[in-house]
Design a protein around this ligand. Sequence first.
Ligand SMILES: C[S@@+](CC[C@H](N)C(=O)[O-])C[C@H]1O[C@@H](n2cnc3c(N)ncnc32)[C@H](O)[C@@H]1O
Length: 190
Amino acid sequence: MTTPSAHGRPIFMRHWLRDPIGIGALLPSTPSVARALAAQMQLGRTGPILELGAGTGTITSGLIAGGAAPERLILVESKPELVDHLRAHYPGTRAICGDATRIDAVLGEIGVTQLATVISTLPIKWFDLEAQRATVMPCMKRLGPGGYFVQITNAPTSPIDYRRLRINAARVDAVWFHFLPVQVWRYWLD
Ligand SMILES: C[S@@+](CC[C@H](N)C(=O)[O-])C[C@H]1O[C@@H](n2cnc3c(N)ncnc32)[C@H](O)[C@@H]1O
């Protein structure tokens, strides 16, 4: 495994030039954001850790450094070239080329019925309500009560419309020294 922030930058920026909204950020996240997200993992719960919008793997590196066995990580990413990159750099993980708004089918196809934690860097604030629902609620069903769907954002407010989805939400962390400050949100069911 190479240095997380270095190996993926050119490929990430190339994708940003082609599809800035779909990629959602000019640069991959920094190791400090990866550490903040790794701290949200609930390693004591049963089931895989699901990473949504894995990109070139900067967060994946942080999750592994934070104690997740690669075999426990399911990485979902919609851009095939980035999935090839993930498969090359993160052996042992399950990197799936798929659309997070179809996560129920994606997880159904590989027989995943339970999740420990979901870590998302998707540009979810740009998803409409139904796309947010289709992404978040199948994860909630597999997380069960007490399992966290964790999402970062550069916005000052929740990137997920949790009131209309009728789920709980709290801002739990922030990384201020970043090219754009990052807020970390947690969502869960009672
Ligand atoms: C802001 S980037 C984060 C990349 C990486 N995790 C990081 O933090 O540097 C968002 C990623 O989500 C992916 N993405 C966007 N919409 C998606 C969708 N509907 N399903 C799966 N991946 C998606 C993009 O291709 C991109 O790699």
